[in-house]
Design a protein around this ligand. Structure first.
Ligand code: NA7
Length: 581
């Protein structure tokens, strides 16, 4: 089946099956197919490319990264031919961009649209992945690459009696493709994360009758200050594009912005304002990177948070509403820091009200709306859930992935995700997870870690193919070490001081662990480059599946591994384990 038949490790339909046609999957398909000459099938649930930008089409949906850096940098033609129209692109423009890329690279012919992966099983006899889809097909491949995004399984809280509600309901992450009619409607929005903060002002501006916002945790939103980009702006960007992109790829957050100072701990509030005010006026994430120790030093962060609290108080007319909107229970940016356009002004409108559910909890849904615990029945024609996602692990766990020894990913991750470098999982040979858990992903400007991962995965697959080595898998020991390292790094930051989806805590029942890698994209990139240079340190490269099983536990069989083997094979006894160790 290979276009380039250089090795014969397996008899599979494809060299690689890739899941997901967003930023990650499109580039992955291109690299494996066009640069390595492999046969690749990409499976995509939606009817078009776009990933998150296909689904998140709620009013106001816009990228919080600036357009000129929220894009690929690997292809000069794409960079020259595409011109963004606004500082922050709206959802339709990002979607259009990804369509343009797919057409430019002629990717569609290898994508199966409207098809969902229902399971993926590593078959030990043949040493291949068997990928089943909802149309009853089974695709076999040597490599299995998940490019499913970090925020792709919408989450709707299980409010009591939710299904009895008879009005319209929408989730921001699964917005309909047909226009939604807001005219004269009484609308509720639940949730004030990045999506809620974008959609609330747009909904309020529509011809609604009234809007009620249900807020659990107030957020620190910084103005985006969007504007259109004209030809002159674009020429300026083009002149420096290579440098800008190189800076982004060399930065901890994937952003080409300078910090102002190492710390604010030694500054007075007046000094801090002098640093922050220009960044506040300029808008966007230059504000976020002003002080290097923002996320590790509580003194710096408290001062920045204080600055933001005053801004919120100054923007909202009614002092009581303002106080509800002021976050006091967490440090700035320890939850995903949103940008906003007119968010706080929205609460100065006569037809917009705020319900703080920590004071006035939702009791239940009724047929006509929402009853709060103060006994008030609030009637709505429409409820919009801006309640987030089963982030980072949710989509992977729903895919029913099974590795060696019949071990499922769900079992493997019962106590939280365990990976090596966020790229692979012990027990799951030849599986790669683009922007997987324990890689920088959501803590950075996403296209940067995406390109970084896709390139590493492609180079690795290239090395295996070239060297005639059919299998690769992280060792159990390397995985344990990386998982511990990730959590240790997180403990040094302020991220772990608050419940958030970074901490896996927005979904009831999920284990509390810090999921993304908090050490910075730059350091992370160096780490994975070095792993490759050292001959894939921490991975087992093997000629056979048996060999993987034998050598993958090196240097010695850990307790976790022993438990796993016992779980997978009830016939195994202590003597067998000793021999393997
Ligand atoms: P987020 O950031 O997870 O925000 C979800 C919001 O929904 C947040 O304000 C939650 O409050 C709120 N929420 C969740 N459950 C409830 C219940 N039961 N009651 C009331 N409020 C609730 O998702 P977004 O879609 O906004 O942003 C995700 C990413 O998408 C974003 O980073 C961008 O990259 C795009 P909480 O803070 O948990 O108290």
């Amino acid at each position: 089946m290979r276009e380039n038949d250089r090795h014969t490790a397996t008899d599979a339909d494809y060299d690689a099956v890739v899941v997901g046609a967003g930023f990650s999957g499109l580039y992955q398909l291109h690299r494996l197919r066009d640069e390595l000459g492999l046969s690749v099938k990409l499976v995509e649930k939606a009817n078009d490319v776009g990933g998150t930008w296909y689904w998140n089409r709620y009013p106001g949906a816009r990228c919080d990264s600036e357009s000129h850096i929220y894009c690929y940098s690997f292809n000069d033609e794409i960079m020259e031919e595409w011109q963004w129209s606004e500082r922050y692109p709206r959802q339709p423009e990002v979607l259009e961009y990804l369509r343009f890329v797919a057409d430019h690279l002629d990717l569609r012919k290898d994508i199966e649209f409207g098809t969902e992966v229902t399971s993926a099983t590593f078959e030990e006899d043949t040493g291949t992945w068997q990928v089943e889809t909802d149309d009853g097909e089974t695709l076999s491949s040597q490599f299995f690459v998940t490019a499913v995004g970090c925020l792709s399984t919408p989450y709707v809280p299980d409010f009591e009696n939710r299904d009895a509600y008879q009005g319209e309901t929408y989730h921001t992450g699964k917005w309909p493709h047909d226009p939604v009619d807001f005219e004269d409607k009484r609308v509720a929005v639940i949730g004030t994360g990045a999506s809620g903060i974008q959609t609330i002002p747009e909904v309020a501006r529509a011809d609604i009758e009234q809007l009620t916002v249900f807020q659990r945790t107030p957020n620190y939103a910084v103005p985006a200050r969007n504007r259109s980009l004209d030809d002159e702006d674009w020429e300026e960007i083009q002149r420096n594009y290579e440098e800008i992109m190189a800076e982004a790829h060399d930065d901890g957050s994937g952003l080409p912005f300078d910090t102002a100072r190492e710390t604010a701990a030694d500054l007075t509030m007046a000094d801090i304002e002098a640093v922050l005010e220009p960044r506040w006026e300029e808008g966007g994430w230059r504000f976020l990177v002003a002080f290097e120790d923002l996320l590790v030093n509580p003194e710096t962060n408290e001062k920045v948070s204080q600055y933001l609290r005053e801004k919120i108080r100054g923007a909202v007319d009614d002092p009581e509403t303002a106080e509800k909107l002021v976050p006091t229970d967490h440090y700035y940016a320890t939850k995903r820091p949103p940008l906003h356009t007119d968010y706080y002004d929205t609460f100065n409108r006569d037809n917009v009200s705020l319900v703080d559910v920590t004071e006035t909890p939702v009791d239940r849904f009724t047929t006509g709306g929402i009853r709060t615990e103060d006994g008030e029945d609030r009637e709505f024609d429409m409820v919009i859930f801006a309640t987030g996602f089963d982030a980072m692990t949710g989509t992977l766990l729903r895919m029913d992935i099974e590795g060696r020894n019949g071990l499922t990913l769900e079992e493997r991750w019962a106590d939280g995700p365990k990976t090596y470098l966020g790229l692979g999982v012990h027990g799951f040979p030849n599986m790669f997870t683009v922007t997987g858990p324990q890689s920088p992903s959501v803590l950075s400007n996403m296209p940067v870690p995406i390109e970084n991962h896709v390139e590493w995965i492609s180079e690795t697959i290239g090395d295996l193919v070239e060297g005639g080595t059919p299998y690769i898998e992280p060792t159990g020991v390397a995985e344990e070490d990386w998982t511990e390292h990730n959590m240790d790094l997180a403990q040094e930051t302020l991220y772990t001081t608050v419940d958030s989806w970074y901490m896996n805590e927005n979904i009831p029942g999920k284990p509390t662990v810090f999921v993304p890698y908090p050490g910075g994209v730059d350091i992370y990139q160096d780490t994975i480059r070095e792993v490759r240079e050292k001959g894939y340190e921490g991975f087992t490269l093997a000629d056979s599946v048996d060999d993987l099983g034998r050598r993958g536990e090196s240097p010695q069989l850990g307790v976790f591994e022993a438990m796993e083997l016992l779980h997978a094979d009830p016939d195994m006894d202590l003597a067998d384990l000793m021999e393997m160790a």
